[in-house]
Ligand binder design. Structure first.
Ligand code: ZN
Length: 247
């Protein structure tokens, strides 16, 4: 005997089979987007709650007080396990972005990650890119997070003037110059004195997000926290790089 919603789900699954984003196996009732097996085998970063973790070090700055920083899982380009999750970015799966926002919020809620956060600011898209894609995937992630945490989302305070060119072939200084001036603080009073959570989809070098943090900090008396779906595996090896740099 099953309840009506479960029965309705089974009928819907029969008529329109839902499959796991990663392994493409049919999903069972109760599974959403990923089957239990794929969900358990994701390369989670588990950085939350670890003070001074690799992401917190990446976003440390004299411009603002750093709150917390984490990402859901490590990401490797073309990895069969993590690439399908990013379908919300490339394949118009807006529903996946909202779901991932909720997943991150539920996973982090118990660790106190959202404590004291006043407002969520998703990384903005330029109006040109927004027109091309039809949605801002980071805004959808933010809405998913907001749905669980009830922290408001602000998309008006900061705008993106231009899209930066690809960063991968640039060195550190070139990347910093490449992103300089791409964001503009339009309504600083909305962020002044606030603890702002920046939400991004994928962090590769981190230079775009660092620039956004800097622009947000110009509102004055700002605490910045950072949350992303995926973090490049490059950062897994940052501790060694940091050690080399400090010698
Ligand atoms: Zn699966």
């Amino acid at each position: 005997m099953c309840t009506l919603p479960v029965f309705a789900r089974r009928v819907a699954d029969f008529l329109f089979p839902r499959v796991c984003l990663v392994c493409k196996q049919r999903l069972q009732v109760g599974e959403e987007y990923l089957c239990v097996s794929c969900l358990q085998s994701m390369p989670y970063t588990r950085l939350e709650g670890r003070r001074g973790n690799v992401l917190e070090r990446l976003f440390m700055s004299e411009d603002y007080e750093l709150g917390r920083a984490t990402a859901l899982y490590y990401y490797q380009t073309h990895s069969g396990r993590t690439q399908p999750i990013l379908s919300f970015k490339y394949r118009h799966r807006t529903d996946v972005a909202l779901w991932l926002g909720r997943v991150m919020a539920r996973q982090l809620a118990g660790s106190g990650f959202f404590e004291g956060v006043d407002v969520i600011v998703p990384v903005p898209l330029s109006s040109r890119r927004l027109f091309q894609r039809g949605y801002n995937q980071c805004e959808l992630l933010a809405k998913g997070i907001s749905g669980v945490t009830h922290i408001p989302v602000n998309t008006a305070a900061v705008v993106r003037r231009v899209d930066n060119a690809t960063q991968t072939h640039l060195d550190y200084l070139q990347r910093e110059a490449n992103v300089s001036g791409i964001f503009e603080l339009r309504r600083s009073r909305q962020l002044h004195g606030k603890h702002v959570l920046l939400v991004d989809d994928v962090i590769t070098t981190g230079s775009t997000l660092r620039q956004l943090a800097k622009v947000v900090a110009a509102a004055g008396d700002v605490t910045v926290s950072v949350l992303a779906v995926a973090l490049s595996t490059f950062h897994k090896h940052r501790p060694e790089i940091d050690a080399e740099e400090s010698t």
